[in-house]
Design a binder for this molecule. Structure first.
Ligand code: CAP
Ligand code: MG
Length: 404
């Protein structure tokens, strides 16, 4: 069985040797602590089988270092992703010997990655009918984030559906609040999407946000699917990786899981300290998310194109028996920005816009049409400005927000 490796960027405290600091990380996360132990002796020397190993320490060129650490397979409880994190992303972040430390990459042996996504990219494409065209999926987030009652939520969903979108999702802070009870919302939205399907012939996915306590999330998801939900959404960092995993492994839940990453900025934003999006993405794939927000190159959350491309490669690269995860580009997008996303991130993505659709001067359906038109133009290699000459909704979006 192969071991787990983790890569960290770190800066030791002044006066602390870089090698020493790397070993401090390794020992803290495996069998050591700050001092020697009388409990590790001739009789218990077998515990050294779980010692980690500092494989390399390399100067990063900015006063920091990069170290790769090997953690023995046996230290992990197969299938227990929270425990994986306690090893590779645990106490080390608080070590006094380190000024800063950032987990940038992890490699999991296949045996630790579980069954993974039920649907993956191909499964979601089959649901939407794009397995041949391979075009990007386009979706929206119901806005305002919170506040609408179930009927008004359904009306927004209907407008987005007749505007031609593939996916409609709850926002990350909408769950089962009294102003919009989840089951009533699912029933209203799915009825509205059925009406839209009667008109368009197209079944639109609705990702209902089932984020809730670990003791209730599976039951909540069951109820949502029984009420007609055809997709689930989970805020993975607030609900936990094991919440995604519980839904992905549940045999009754035969619908894709859209994974939102809200709160990730607390971990990913500081280039010198925290946890990069890459390891989070690795674990979401292992947990079984079918779609994952990985950022935009032109939206409102400052994402670096090369990092996003690397994160997308991490969740889509070929791993035997582990389906690829659909990357989601979302956050501050509008029709004028679709081309930049597709040019940089390619077509195997889900493009999402909330304000960039519901803020369209002619309303949600026109905003949806504009977003679909913008993606069509980009895939056809036609500039949005040119395409707008024959597509009014796109022209109106560009007039309001520009086309870059
Ligand atoms: C986008 C969004 C998403 C962001 C999250 C929001 O709305 O619904 O949560 O995409 O960012 O609440 O901001 P807008 P990321 O389209 O109106 O910006 O995908 O980077 O995790
Ligand atoms: Mg949101």
């Amino acid at each position: 069985m192969s071991d787990v490796t983790a890569v960290y960027y770190y800066r030791p405290k002044t006066g602390v040797d870089a090698e020493f600091a790397a070993h401090a990380i390794c020992e803290e996360q495996t069998t050591g602590t700050w001092t020697d132990l009388s409990t590790v002796n001739e009789k218990t020397r077998y515990v050294h089988a779980l010692d980690g190993e500092v494989l390399e320490v390399t100067p990063a060129g900015d006063g920091g270092y990069v170290t790769k650490i090997r953690y023995p397979y046996e230290i992990f409880e197969a299938g227990n992703i929270p425990q994986y994190l306690s090893v590779i992303a645990g106490n080390l972040f608080g070590l006094g010997k380190l000024e800063t430390v950032r987990l940038t990459e992890i490699t999991l042996p296949r045996e630790l990655a579980g069954s993974g996504p039920k649907f993956g990219i191909e499964g979601v494409r089959r649901l939407v009918g794009t397995e041949t065209s391979r075009r990007p999926h386009v979706g929206t987030i119901i806005k305002p984030k919170v506040g609408l009652n179930p009927k008004d939520t359904a009306e927004v969903a209907y407008q987005a559906a007749i505007g031609g979108l593939d996916l409609i999702k709850d926002d990350e802070t909408l769950t089962n609040q009294p102003f919009c009870p989840l089951i009533e919302r699912v029933e209203e939205v799915m009825a509205a999407l059925d009406c839209a399907k009667d008109e368009t012939g197209k079944q639109v996915l609705y990702a209902v946000n089932v984020t809730t306590g670990g003791d209730r999330i599976v039951e909540c998801a069951h109820s949502a699917v029984k009420a007609g939900a055809n997709m689930l959404m989970v805020d993975v960092l607030t609900a936990g990786f094991s919440a995604v995993q519980a839904l992905a492994e549940d045999p009754f839940l035969q619908v894709p899981i859209h994974v939102h990453r809200t709160m990730h900025g607390a971990l990913t934003r500081n280039a010198e300290h925290g946890i990069a999006m890459r390891p989070i993405a690795t674990l979401v794939r292992a947990a079984g998310g079918d779609q994952l927000h990985t950022g935009t190159v032109s939206g409102k959350m400052g994402g670096k194109a090369e990092e996003i491309l690397g994160d997308n490669r991490e969740i889509t690269r070929e791993i035997p028996g582990l389906k690829p995860v659909f990357p989601v580009a979302s956050g501050g997008l509008h029709p004028g920005k679709a081309a930049a996303e597709i040019a940089k991130l390619g077509c195997d993505i889900v493009l999402q816009a909330g304000g960039g659709i519901h803020g369209h001067p002619d309303g949600t359906a026109a905003g949806a049409r504009a977003f679909v038109q913008a993606a069509e133009a980009a895939v056809a290699g036609i500039s949005a400005k040119e395409y707008a000459k024959t597509h009014t909704e796109l022209a109106r979006a560009i007039a309001k927000w520009g086309d870059s």
